[in-house]
Design a binder for this molecule. Structure first.
Ligand code: MF3
Ligand code: CO
Length: 250
Protein backbone atom coordinates (compact mmCIF):
# COMPACT_ATOMS: atom_id res chain seq x y z
CA UNK A 1 0.00 0.00 0.00
CA UNK A 2 1.32 3.42 -0.94
CA UNK A 3 0.83 6.02 1.80
CA UNK A 4 0.65 9.62 0.73
CA UNK A 5 1.92 12.31 3.08
CA UNK A 6 0.29 15.55 4.17
CA UNK A 7 1.92 18.93 3.58
CA UNK A 8 2.83 19.03 7.27
CA UNK A 9 4.43 15.57 7.19
CA UNK A 10 6.47 16.58 4.16
CA UNK A 11 7.61 19.76 5.92
CA UNK A 12 8.88 17.71 8.87
CA UNK A 13 10.68 15.27 6.57
CA UNK A 14 12.18 18.28 4.81
CA UNK A 15 13.62 19.48 8.13
CA UNK A 16 15.22 16.04 8.63
CA UNK A 17 16.46 16.20 5.04
CA UNK A 18 18.07 19.61 5.46
CA UNK A 19 19.94 18.34 8.49
CA UNK A 20 21.08 15.28 6.54
CA UNK A 21 22.23 17.48 3.65
CA UNK A 22 24.26 19.47 6.17
CA UNK A 23 26.03 16.28 7.27
CA UNK A 24 27.08 15.45 3.70
CA UNK A 25 28.32 19.01 3.26
CA UNK A 26 30.48 18.67 6.36
CA UNK A 27 31.76 15.31 5.11
CA UNK A 28 33.10 16.94 1.95
CA UNK A 29 35.93 18.44 3.99
CA UNK A 30 36.07 15.73 6.70
CA UNK A 31 36.76 12.92 4.23
CA UNK A 32 40.41 12.81 3.19
CA UNK A 33 43.22 10.28 2.90
CA UNK A 34 44.02 8.75 6.31
CA UNK A 35 40.51 9.09 7.75
CA UNK A 36 38.75 5.82 8.60
CA UNK A 37 35.12 5.06 7.89
CA UNK A 38 34.68 4.42 11.64
CA UNK A 39 35.83 8.00 12.27
CA UNK A 40 33.23 9.14 9.72
CA UNK A 41 30.60 7.08 11.57
CA UNK A 42 31.52 8.74 14.91
CA UNK A 43 31.56 12.19 13.31
CA UNK A 44 28.05 11.66 11.91
CA UNK A 45 26.73 10.33 15.22
CA UNK A 46 28.09 13.35 17.08
CA UNK A 47 26.74 15.77 14.49
CA UNK A 48 23.25 14.28 14.67
CA UNK A 49 23.25 14.23 18.45
CA UNK A 50 24.36 17.87 18.59
CA UNK A 51 21.44 18.78 16.34
CA UNK A 52 18.83 16.85 18.34
CA UNK A 53 18.48 14.06 15.79
CA UNK A 54 19.45 10.42 15.56
CA UNK A 55 20.42 7.87 12.98
CA UNK A 56 17.61 5.53 12.00
CA UNK A 57 19.75 2.77 10.44
CA UNK A 58 21.31 1.64 13.73
CA UNK A 59 19.19 -1.28 14.92
CA UNK A 60 17.21 -1.46 11.68
CA UNK A 61 16.87 -5.14 10.78
CA UNK A 62 19.94 -5.86 12.87
CA UNK A 63 22.18 -3.28 11.15
CA UNK A 64 24.65 -2.00 13.76
CA UNK A 65 25.76 1.40 12.48
CA UNK A 66 24.39 4.89 11.84
CA UNK A 67 26.06 5.03 8.42
CA UNK A 68 26.80 2.65 5.59
CA UNK A 69 30.28 3.29 4.20
CA UNK A 70 30.94 1.57 0.89
CA UNK A 71 34.45 1.89 -0.55
CA UNK A 72 35.43 1.45 -4.24
CA UNK A 73 33.91 -1.87 -5.44
CA UNK A 74 31.45 -1.99 -2.54
CA UNK A 75 28.01 -1.15 -3.92
CA UNK A 76 26.12 -0.56 -0.67
CA UNK A 77 25.80 -1.47 3.02
CA UNK A 78 29.53 -1.39 3.72
CA UNK A 79 30.33 -1.46 7.44
CA UNK A 80 32.28 1.42 9.00
CA UNK A 81 35.73 0.10 9.97
CA UNK A 82 39.15 1.12 11.28
CA UNK A 83 41.01 0.93 7.97
CA UNK A 84 42.32 4.24 6.62
CA UNK A 85 40.96 5.59 3.34
CA UNK A 86 43.59 6.07 0.65
CA UNK A 87 44.10 8.89 -1.81
CA UNK A 88 42.11 8.00 -4.94
CA UNK A 89 39.41 5.96 -3.16
CA UNK A 90 35.73 6.74 -3.51
CA UNK A 91 33.42 6.19 -0.53
CA UNK A 92 29.63 6.21 -0.46
CA UNK A 93 28.18 7.38 2.84
CA UNK A 94 24.52 6.49 3.26
CA UNK A 95 22.36 7.39 6.25
CA UNK A 96 18.79 7.87 7.39
CA UNK A 97 18.20 10.78 9.77
CA UNK A 98 15.35 10.81 12.27
CA UNK A 99 14.45 14.32 13.43
CA UNK A 100 11.43 14.48 15.73
CA UNK A 101 10.13 11.23 14.25
CA UNK A 102 10.42 12.37 10.61
CA UNK A 103 12.84 10.48 8.36
CA UNK A 104 15.04 11.40 5.41
CA UNK A 105 17.47 9.15 3.49
CA UNK A 106 20.43 10.25 1.38
CA UNK A 107 23.63 8.66 0.11
CA UNK A 108 26.54 10.47 -1.50
CA UNK A 109 29.76 9.20 -3.03
CA UNK A 110 32.65 11.30 -1.82
CA UNK A 111 36.08 11.39 -3.47
CA UNK A 112 39.06 10.76 -1.18
CA UNK A 113 41.80 13.23 -2.11
CA UNK A 114 42.62 13.21 -5.82
CA UNK A 115 40.71 10.57 -7.76
CA UNK A 116 41.31 9.20 -11.25
CA UNK A 117 39.58 10.63 -14.29
CA UNK A 118 37.78 7.30 -14.60
CA UNK A 119 36.37 7.60 -11.08
CA UNK A 120 35.54 11.27 -11.58
CA UNK A 121 33.48 10.44 -14.66
CA UNK A 122 31.63 7.63 -12.83
CA UNK A 123 30.65 10.03 -10.05
CA UNK A 124 29.50 12.64 -12.51
CA UNK A 125 27.38 10.25 -14.56
CA UNK A 126 25.85 8.65 -11.45
CA UNK A 127 24.89 12.02 -10.00
CA UNK A 128 23.51 13.24 -13.32
CA UNK A 129 21.44 10.05 -13.64
CA UNK A 130 19.84 10.83 -10.27
CA UNK A 131 18.88 14.34 -11.39
CA UNK A 132 17.53 13.08 -14.71
CA UNK A 133 15.35 10.64 -12.76
CA UNK A 134 14.16 13.36 -10.40
CA UNK A 135 12.93 15.38 -13.40
CA UNK A 136 10.64 12.46 -14.23
CA UNK A 137 9.23 12.23 -10.69
CA UNK A 138 6.05 14.22 -11.18
CA UNK A 139 2.33 13.51 -10.92
CA UNK A 140 1.00 11.58 -13.89
CA UNK A 141 4.31 9.97 -14.79
CA UNK A 142 4.95 6.34 -13.86
CA UNK A 143 7.56 4.54 -11.79
CA UNK A 144 9.07 3.09 -14.97
CA UNK A 145 9.84 6.61 -16.21
CA UNK A 146 12.25 7.03 -13.29
CA UNK A 147 14.17 3.82 -13.96
CA UNK A 148 14.16 4.43 -17.68
CA UNK A 149 15.74 7.86 -17.28
CA UNK A 150 18.59 6.38 -15.23
CA UNK A 151 19.16 3.28 -17.33
CA UNK A 152 19.07 4.91 -20.74
CA UNK A 153 21.49 7.62 -19.69
CA UNK A 154 23.93 5.47 -17.63
CA UNK A 155 24.08 2.64 -20.15
CA UNK A 156 24.49 5.18 -22.92
CA UNK A 157 27.63 6.34 -21.10
CA UNK A 158 28.88 2.74 -21.01
CA UNK A 159 28.04 1.93 -17.37
CA UNK A 160 25.70 -0.61 -15.78
CA UNK A 161 22.81 -0.16 -13.35
CA UNK A 162 22.62 -2.32 -10.23
CA UNK A 163 19.43 -4.41 -10.25
CA UNK A 164 19.22 -5.87 -6.76
CA UNK A 165 18.74 -2.67 -4.74
CA UNK A 166 16.01 -0.12 -5.38
CA UNK A 167 14.63 3.20 -4.28
CA UNK A 168 11.66 3.04 -1.94
CA UNK A 169 8.85 4.88 -0.26
CA UNK A 170 9.81 6.30 3.13
CA UNK A 171 7.66 7.46 6.03
CA UNK A 172 7.20 5.92 9.44
CA UNK A 173 9.86 3.36 8.57
CA UNK A 174 12.83 3.44 6.19
CA UNK A 175 11.37 1.19 3.54
CA UNK A 176 7.76 1.17 2.37
CA UNK A 177 5.84 0.99 -0.91
CA UNK A 178 6.42 1.82 -3.67
CA UNK A 179 9.74 0.24 -4.64
CA UNK A 180 11.53 2.04 -7.43
CA UNK A 181 13.93 0.14 -9.69
CA UNK A 182 16.68 2.18 -11.31
CA UNK A 183 16.06 0.48 -14.65
CA UNK A 184 12.91 -0.19 -16.64
CA UNK A 185 10.55 0.87 -19.36
CA UNK A 186 9.09 4.34 -19.78
CA UNK A 187 5.33 4.53 -19.29
CA UNK A 188 5.16 1.33 -17.19
CA UNK A 189 4.40 0.78 -13.52
CA UNK A 190 2.30 2.59 -10.94
CA UNK A 191 1.40 6.20 -11.49
CA UNK A 192 3.17 8.81 -9.35
CA UNK A 193 0.84 10.94 -7.26
CA UNK A 194 1.07 14.10 -5.23
CA UNK A 195 2.05 13.36 -1.61
CA UNK A 196 4.24 10.34 -2.31
CA UNK A 197 7.65 10.55 -0.65
CA UNK A 198 10.26 8.23 -2.12
CA UNK A 199 13.98 7.80 -2.51
CA UNK A 200 15.81 7.55 -5.80
CA UNK A 201 19.26 6.06 -5.31
CA UNK A 202 20.96 4.73 -8.43
CA UNK A 203 24.02 2.54 -7.91
CA UNK A 204 26.08 2.61 -11.10
CA UNK A 205 29.04 0.34 -11.89
CA UNK A 206 31.88 0.70 -14.37
CA UNK A 207 31.72 -3.02 -15.18
CA UNK A 208 29.00 -5.60 -14.70
CA UNK A 209 25.86 -4.85 -12.69
CA UNK A 210 26.14 -8.28 -11.04
CA UNK A 211 27.12 -8.31 -7.39
CA UNK A 212 28.19 -10.70 -4.69
CA UNK A 213 27.37 -10.57 -1.02
CA UNK A 214 30.10 -10.48 1.64
CA UNK A 215 30.13 -13.04 4.46
CA UNK A 216 28.61 -10.39 6.74
CA UNK A 217 25.39 -10.81 4.74
CA UNK A 218 25.03 -7.05 4.28
CA UNK A 219 27.74 -5.67 2.06
CA UNK A 220 27.22 -6.04 -1.69
CA UNK A 221 30.20 -5.54 -3.99
CA UNK A 222 30.64 -5.70 -7.75
CA UNK A 223 31.26 -9.21 -9.04
CA UNK A 224 34.13 -8.04 -11.26
CA UNK A 225 35.74 -5.71 -8.70
CA UNK A 226 34.94 -2.57 -10.73
CA UNK A 227 34.11 0.74 -9.05
CA UNK A 228 30.54 1.51 -7.97
CA UNK A 229 29.03 4.89 -7.10
CA UNK A 230 25.70 6.00 -5.64
CA UNK A 231 23.80 9.23 -5.18
CA UNK A 232 20.48 9.22 -3.33
CA UNK A 233 17.90 11.84 -2.52
CA UNK A 234 14.59 11.67 -0.72
CA UNK A 235 11.97 13.54 -2.75
CA UNK A 236 8.33 14.50 -2.34
CA UNK A 237 6.01 14.47 -5.36
CA UNK A 238 4.17 17.79 -5.48
CA UNK A 239 1.85 19.41 -8.01
CA UNK A 240 4.83 21.34 -9.33
CA UNK A 241 7.04 18.24 -9.63
CA UNK A 242 9.66 16.75 -7.35
CA UNK A 243 10.70 18.62 -4.22
CA UNK A 244 14.16 17.40 -3.15
CA UNK A 245 14.09 17.05 0.65
CA UNK A 246 17.82 16.28 1.03
CA UNK A 247 19.34 18.84 -1.35
CA UNK A 248 22.77 20.19 -0.35
CA UNK A 249 23.35 23.92 -0.73
CA UNK A 250 26.43 24.63 -2.77
N1 MF3 B 1 19.77 4.05 3.56
C1 MF3 B 1 19.62 2.74 3.01
C2 MF3 B 1 18.71 2.87 1.80
O1 MF3 B 1 18.99 3.71 1.04
C3 MF3 B 1 19.11 1.81 4.03
C4 MF3 B 1 20.10 0.79 4.31
S1 MF3 B 1 19.49 -0.49 5.25
C5 MF3 B 1 20.18 -0.25 6.74
O2 MF3 B 1 17.75 2.21 1.59
F1 MF3 B 1 19.98 -1.30 7.45
F2 MF3 B 1 21.41 0.04 6.60
F3 MF3 B 1 19.59 0.73 7.30
CO1 CO C 1 17.27 4.56 0.57
Amino acid sequence: MIKRKSKREIELMHEAGKLLAGVHKELRSFIKPGVTTMEIEKFVERYLEMHGAKGEQKGYQGYEFTTCASVNDEICHGFPRDEKLNNGDIVTIDMVVNLNGALADSAWTHPVGEISEEAEKLLEVTKTSLYKAIEQAKPGNRIGDIGHAIQSYAEGEGYSVVRDFTGHGIGETIHEDPYIPHFGAAGKGARLKEGMVVTIEPMINIGTYANKMDDNNWTARTLDGSLSAQFEHTIAITKEGALILTEQEE
